[in-house]
Design a protein around this ligand. Structure first.
Ligand SMILES: Cc1cc2nc3c(=O)[nH]c(=O)nc-3n(C[C@H](O)[C@H](O)[C@H](O)COP(=O)(O)OP(=O)(O)OC[C@H]3O[C@@H](n4cnc5c(N)ncnc54)[C@H](O)[C@@H]3O)c2cc1C
Length: 336
């Protein structure tokens, strides 16, 4: 676990851009070191891609589906800062479809989810942090040894000694480019090209479609992932909510297709996959332009010590939730 060294640390004002897991982790660790931290988030609340959508009777996780905690320090961090009520193990039956279309079980591993929804974790982590929601940071303006943050409305959002950017690569690059930080922005060219989009659909079935697995990785052109959201711990749904994620290729082809049409097509693909004749009673769709990073280099974080700007996020540490935490932990350690 990161050491707290406030007795030897110079107290600084630090801005964190983004309140997904990487932003919240950075803010918590920096705060523990005694720094004054303000978090800026363009959306209405924290969470980023650990996202849940309110639906009739509850909520459905439309972003990250579950996460691993292979590093015991990650689990310890969550227990300490989110609390054990905010997450739990998802004891689901996980299966994948091989190239010959036969179904096989995923290897056993603890897979965690937020309870009663994915956002419970980021909500709990953000308690006690200074989060400024609905503020999209446009650019950083140099003020001597400090950075002034300007939002899209042109307002000055404060002056800081250090800035941590945890937005996905395309949005991070926009901020850096608008700030004249071209060299740093240039380092993001490849990560920007490697991030993949994803259409997500949550579909409610009044009667449970009988399935061998609760969570599936099909061998399909349309569907990348299919899961019974109602099988996660702490959900109390009437009927079942299923979450369907399209493949990156299908999403790319349908990136401008209307949400209703996307829902219809992905439910059709679900029916073809499972053989269910049941019609959903309700569907909601969400388009992620920046969902997952393709496998690439894993530098962990980017830090320009001289300019006092650090970058963290899943895309710097192999993608996924645990990568976001690893990246932020490594960045803060390097910033000391
Ligand atoms: C559909 C989908 C399925 C996934 N499935 C899984 C899974 O099963 N398991 C797993 O481990 N991972 C999964 N992931 C990936 C996982 O969600 C991410 O790896 C992780 O949540 C990324 O956290 P982060 O903090 O790096 O970035 P984010 O969560 O994207 O946080 C970045 C934040 O920055 C904010 N922001 C951006 N620009 C600005 C700006 N200019 N000013 C202010 N704020 C800004 C954004 O609004 C966002 O809140 C999935 C992702 C998606 C989309």
């Amino acid at each position: 676990m990161l050491k707290v060294t406030s007795d030897t640390t110079t107290i600084r004002n630090v801005a964190v851009i983004g309140s997904g897991l990487a932003g919240l982790t950075s803010a918590i660790f920096l705060g523990r070191m005694g720094h004054h931290v303000r978090v800026f988030e363009k959306s209405r609340g924290p969470g980023g891609r650990m996202s849940s959508k309110r639906v009739s009777g509850g909520s459905a996780d439309i972003g990250a589906q579950y996460f691993t905690a292979r590093n015991p320090e990650f689990l310890a961090f969550l227990k300490q800062h989110a609390g054990t009520d905010a997450f739990g193990v998802w004891p689901a039956r996980f299966g994948f479809q091989a190239k010959d279309n036969s179904w096989q079980s995923f290897p056993d591993e603890n897979r965690y989810v937020g309870t009663p929804r994915m956002t419970a974790i980021t909500r709990a982590l953000s308690a006690g942090l200074d989060i400024n929601a609905e503020v999209r940071i446009e650019r950083l303006i140099a003020q001597g040894n400090q950075w002034q943050l300007e939002c899209t409305e042109g307002q000055n959002r404060g002056t800081f000694d250090q800035v941590v950017i945890t937005a996905p690569p395309a949005q991070a690059r926009d901020i850096l480019a608008a700030s004249g930080l071209d060299e740093l922005a240039g380092q993001l060219t490849q990560p920007v090209e490697q991030i993949l989009p994803c259409w997500a659909v949550a579909a409610h079935f009044a009667q449970p479609p009988a399935e061998q697995f609760d969570a599936m990785r099909p061998n399909s052109d349309e569907l990348y992932w299919v899961a019974n959201n109602s099988s996660k711990p702490g959900r109390d749904d009437q009927g079942q909510w299923w979450v369907l994620h399209a493949t990156p290729e299908w999403t790319q082809e349908h990136v401008d297709t209307e949400a209703d049409v996307v829902s219809h097509k992905l439910v059709e693909a679900f029916s073809a996959l499972t053989g269910t004749k049941l019609e959903p009673t309700e569907t909601v769709a969400h388009r992620w332009l920046y969902a997952r990073s393709a496998d690439g280099e894993k530098p962990g974080y980017l830090l320009d010590q001289q300019k006092r700007i650090g970058l963290a996020g899943d895309w710097l540490a192999g993608g996924r939730v645990e990568g976001a935490w690893e990246s932020a932990s490594q960045l803060v350690r390097a910033m000391q």
